[in-house]
Design a protein around this ligand. Sequence first.
Ligand code: ATP
Ligand code: MG
Length: 248
Amino acid sequence: MGEEYTLKMGEKREVRENAEISLPGNEPLLSAKGVFKIFSGPAGDLEILRGVDFAMKKGGMCFILGRSGSGKTTLLNILATLDRPTRGEIFFREKNLTALGERDLARYRNGKVGFVFQFYYLLPELDILENVMLPGLMAKGRNLKSRAEALLEKLGLSDRIHHSPARLSGGELQRAAIARSLINDPEIVFCDEPTGNLDEKTAEQVLELIFGLNRVEKRSFCIVTHEKSMIRDFGTVYHLHEGRLERG
Ligand SMILES: Nc1ncnc2c1ncn2[C@@H]1O[C@H](COP(=O)(O)OP(=O)(O)OP(=O)(O)O)[C@@H](O)[C@H]1O
Ligand SMILES: [Mg+2]
């Protein structure tokens, strides 16, 4: 790679030549067909998703916008296989994930998917390095410690690796959560409001980091947000409204 890339914080770039990468036959990397999610409670059924169709290509950047309570987290959890749809199907390439049992699903998730949660969910009793290593332990990955250290360095957290999460700022926690999401080298990373708890400047830095990872490593990202300011002219924009996903 002739160009010098760095993903460290503060070093910005706004070049963008990344196009979504077509797979043979142009099939999507991840797709959803006719997804419904109904929560049943004492007050009756809540129909949150009402026939969601979705597709994204390898290397793609996808933004899902929607108001608070519109079902963004619900949808992201389903796309990431952390939750199951009431009806409908999720595919990774041609594999129907909805048909997999828990064990196969866990294996798939561990190898292919990264997740950055709305509220970080770093374990307070572990230091940052251990938090980043954790998903790798489950996947029995090799050179785990050195990979985690390299990721933390890439995300500008080398001098924080033995800190507990309680001693980190919001932006640092979010970067640690992004490092954790990448430890198993996932093909697609789901981010739930990755800048929701950050000030404007820190949010911009975290976004630049994500866009850099997408552009340089051709990693696919699916980002859920209620902030229109996060959206860039690259990538595909969806709106979640009344349980349906609309392009544009
Ligand atoms: N496990 C559950 N049981 C019952 N209702 C639920 C459950 N999870 C979510 N809901 C309801 O589904 C709706 C959508 O929730 P969700 O968390 O997906 O919204 P969101 O768009 O992510 O909101 P926010 O922007 O505030 O994060 C809400 O009305 C919520 O109360
Ligand atoms: Mg949410």
